[in-house]
Design a protein around this ligand. Structure first.
Ligand SMILES: *[C@@H]1O[C@H](CO)[C@@H](O)[C@H](O)[C@H]1NC(C)=O
Ligand SMILES: *[C@@H]1O[C@H](CO)[C@@H](O)[C@H](O)[C@H]1NC(C)=O
Ligand SMILES: *[C@@H]1O[C@H](CO)[C@@H](O)[C@H](O)[C@H]1NC(C)=O
Length: 356
């Protein structure tokens, strides 16, 4: 991984873990395992039911609510809930060295539309950013190293702050994600926050397989889906409260240590393997690990999150033309923002010829 130093903040270790699935099962490569004090996962892997795959070629707003409901995994007792952005807790994970290069763009764009609901979790003080932008900046006091422990430490603080906030939905994104707030609200309002909902994009086309040591049975293999953290994911309050024994007040860190997996995988482990709640797979969330150029331009604004390639792959951005050139807006986030909020004061009033 010679390029890893740059994009590493976003790289889900699970991807590589899964590709080397065999290695995972070789206990000799693992640090000495302690017996799990957690309840054993009971779930045998079942593929997610087909209706949990939402078809993103539809504009959610154009589909009558009733019909949209049929895509939801709650057959027979589908609940909807009108939602306001106030009901959503959006956690942005970052690190001190990316405040200038990544956060400023987010604060200028989508965060400006949800300033009070967005909480930025970082690992260092930044009085200048606070004074300039007045965002909710939370110093987690976690290490700035890109280790499993440091990432899980931040997730643990995010979880606790969400529970404290009393909000209805927890959404986690990374510092290279654009959150399309109207789409996010449409998606979340087709569920009810009291139901068990875990929404995100699977980073693999199969469940991850991990093994863990349990007191009596030796090594036990567990399979579960997880939503890739780099694309963002959302969890209903109802489900988040059930995660508490394994996630609250530092327990998240010990849970992650016990299965030795990074933060996003640990979320999937708690929800799918321990709580036996199925993740709802959606393709509306996007990370820099996919080919973003393949997203059809006409559905870009219907997505829930977007991302960009960063230093290692600058050209991997969504195809939206007009407004700003690639030089003025290399990530395309400003262009997306001006298409969504054309009245923003810094948005060009005259649309350029699209695509140039
Ligand atoms: C799920 O969808 C796929 C592709 O549309 C289809 O081949 C498969 O038979 C479906 N499975 C079930 C259980 O309906
Ligand atoms: C979505 O639905 C349309 C029409 O029902 C279909 O043509 C298209 O292939 C579907 N797309 C996905 C990603 O399932
Ligand atoms: C980090 O440390 C500071 C100073 O000790 C403290 O005020 C703050 O509450 C800590 N942050 C968290 C999330 O615990």
């Amino acid at each position: 991984m010679h390029r890893a130093s740059v994009g590493i903040n976003k790289f889900c270790f699970c991807l590589s873990l899964a590709f080397s699935g065999l290695l995972l099962l070789l206990p000799c490569l693992w640090p000495p395992a302690q017996p799990l004090a957690l309840p054993q996962p009971k779930a045998q892997f079942r593929p997610p039911p087909n209706e949990t795959y939402r078809n993103f070629s539809h504009t959610p707003s154009e589909v009558p609510l009733k019909r949209r409901g049929t895509w939801a995994p709650f057959k027979g007792h589908i609940k909807h809930e009108p939602l306001d952005i106030e009901d959503v807790f959006i956690a942005v994970k970052t690190t001190r060295k990316f405040h200038r290069s990544r956060l400023d763009l987010l604060i200028q764009t989508w965060v400006s539309q949800a300033k009070r609901q967005t909480y930025i979790f970082t690992d260092g003080e930044d009085k200048d950013l606070l004074l300039r932008t007045g965002t909710n900046l939370i110093n987690t006091n976690c290490s700035a190293a890109h280790t499993r422990q440091a990432l899980c430490c931040k997730m643990s603080v995010e979880y606790d702050k969400f529970i404290e906030s009393q909000k209805k939905w927890f959404c986690h994104v990374d510092d290279d994600n654009y959150v399309l707030l109207p789409s996010l609200l449409r998606l979340l309002s087709s569920y009810h926050h009291s139901q068990d909902v875990y929404l995100g994009r699977p980073s693999l086309d199969h469940p991850i397989e991990a093994s863990e040591k349990v007191k009596s049975n030796g090594l036990v293999s567990v399979q579960f889906w997880f939503a890739t953290g780099g694309a963002g994911f959302c969890i209903s309050r109802g489900l988040a409260l059930k995660m508490s024994p394994w996630a609250s007040l530092g327990n998240f860190i010990s849970t992650a240590e016990k299965i030795r997996l990074p933060d996003d995988c640990t979320i999937g482990y708690i929800i799918e393997a321990l709580l036996e709640v199925k993740m709802t797979h959606t393709l509306l969330f996007h990370s820099h690990l996919e080919n973003l150029r393949k997203l059809p331009p006409e559905i870009v604004l219907e997505q829930v999150t977007l991302s960009y390639g960063g230093f290692e792959n600058r050209r991997n951005v969504v195809s939206v033309g007009g407004r700003f050139s690639l030089i003025e807006d290399p990530t395309r986030f400003k262009t997306v923002h001006c298409l969504l909020y054309p009245d923003t004061d810094w948005c060009p009033k005259v649309k350029l010829e699209s695509g140039h």
